[in-house]
Design a protein around this ligand. Structure first.
Ligand SMILES: Cc1cc2nc3c(=O)[nH]c(=O)nc-3n(C[C@H](O)[C@H](O)[C@H](O)COP(=O)(O)OP(=O)(O)OC[C@H]3O[C@@H](n4cnc5c(N)ncnc54)[C@H](O)[C@@H]3O)c2cc1C
Length: 316
């Protein structure tokens, strides 16, 4: 019986969840199953990457959403009694995890960053207080539900030739909700979550036009521009998709450069995985320097023109 289930709604994240699932399945002496809602022809790929079973959900008609699968997954869990159900921490994943947990009246660890088996119990870690503390969650009820953020685990690698079972799950019941229409959110900017260099503009800039200096440095370094929350939410100088931190996005560049950024916890939680953190700030006591690998104490209006000309010179 496969006791750790992975809900697959995104191929690359499913491979990361498979690594997480395999890491605990061994300790619980159980197997791994994938619940596959679309891309049904990927079943063998997931078996190659560690699944012992694949549960195929039937395709949904156009006016239904993945959340409608919750009753089917909950019924299957009641019957097969998995130890845990792992779901990617995407917006759709969070919705389905919450719905399944509610139906099963069980616990859900949101934003789980690691998990282990202690005795017979499954224990999960998640960040609290914007990343300032780690909370340990031990599950008393089964199955344990968890949403796992992208990149918490390495993707599982295939071992071709693995064998696994494939089983069809029934169609979801008629939903009480009818979707009247769908409208994609307008994307106003690039995705900086994968950028290798992020130049982050903070409230130290005096005018919107001055952000051109941050943009020029980003261009010279082949990177992207991000910002702190006041710059997007209060000043509206940049779109909110570029806000880095607790209420924005997480970035993991090779180089982060914060300019006029104080470095409050709600911001630096979004740069935890940056390899090198650097900063320009006129206040030598700014908290950003406590997390920076290098920095310049100085007025950005004096430092940036020099930095731009040095970068131009270096580039020839
Ligand atoms: C629930 C909650 C969630 C939040 N989520 C986020 C989030 O996701 N992301 C986020 O960024 N914030 C978030 N915040 C806000 C956060 O607490 C800080 O207020 C914010 O990060 C500060 O932005 P800042 O560094 O641009 O501005 P400030 O804190 O005002 O800092 C400006 C810095 O610029 C420096 N400076 C000023 N002039 C110059 C100059 N000429 N040259 C050089 N340096 C100069 C100053 O010394 C100062 O350190 C959140 C807050 C709450 C309560």
């Amino acid at each position: 019986m496969a006791g750790i289930w992975v809900y697959a709604d995104n191929p690359s994240l499913t491979l990361e969840l498979l690594t997480a699932a395999s890491s605990i399945a061994e300790g619980l002496k159980t197997g791994v199953a994938v619940i596959l809602s679309h891309d049904r022809d990927r079943a063998q790929d997931y078996i190659d990457c560690g699944a012992d079973e694949v549960f195929l959900l039937p395709p949904l008609s156009g006016d239904r959403s993945a959340g409608d699968y919750a009753p089917v997954i909950a019924d299957a869990a009641r019957e097969k009694k998995p130890d845990a159900i792992l779901v990617a921490g995407t917006s759709g994943g969070k919705e389905i995890a919450a719905r399944v947990a509610a139906r099963l009246d069980t616990g859900l660890c949101g934003n789980c960053i690691s998990m282990s088996v202690e005795g017979d119990s499954l224990v999960m870690d998640r960040f609290m207080y914007g990343g300032a503390a780690v909370q340990k969650v031990a599950f008393m009820a089964k199955p344990a539900l968890a949403t796992i953020p992208p990149r918490a685990y390495e993707p599982s690698r295939p071992t071709p030739g693995r064998q696994g079972k494939v089983e069809e799950l029934p169609a979801p019941p008629i939903s009480g909700i009818k979707v009247a229409g769908r409208r994609g959110r307008e994307k106003r900017t690039e995705d900086i979550s994968e950028a290798q260099v992020v130049v982050c503009a903070g409230r130290g800039f005096e005018k919107k036009e001055d952000l051109a200096m941050a943009r020029e440095i980003a261009d010279l370094l082949g990177g992207s521009v991000g910002c702190t929350r006041p710059v997007s939410e209060e000043l509206h100088w940049l779109p909110e998709e570029l806000c880095i931190g607790l209420s924005g996005i997480e970035v993991k560049p090779a180089l982060y450069l914060g300019i006029g950024v104080s470095g409050q916890i709600q911001h630096v939680t979004g740069i935890r995985d940056a390899k090198i953190v650097s900063a320009v700030n006129k206040d030598e006591n700014a908290p950003i320097f406590a997390v920076a690998d290098m920095g310049i104490v100085g007025d950005l209006y004096e430092v940036l023109p020099k930095l731009i000309s040095a970068l131009k010179k270096a580039k020839g």
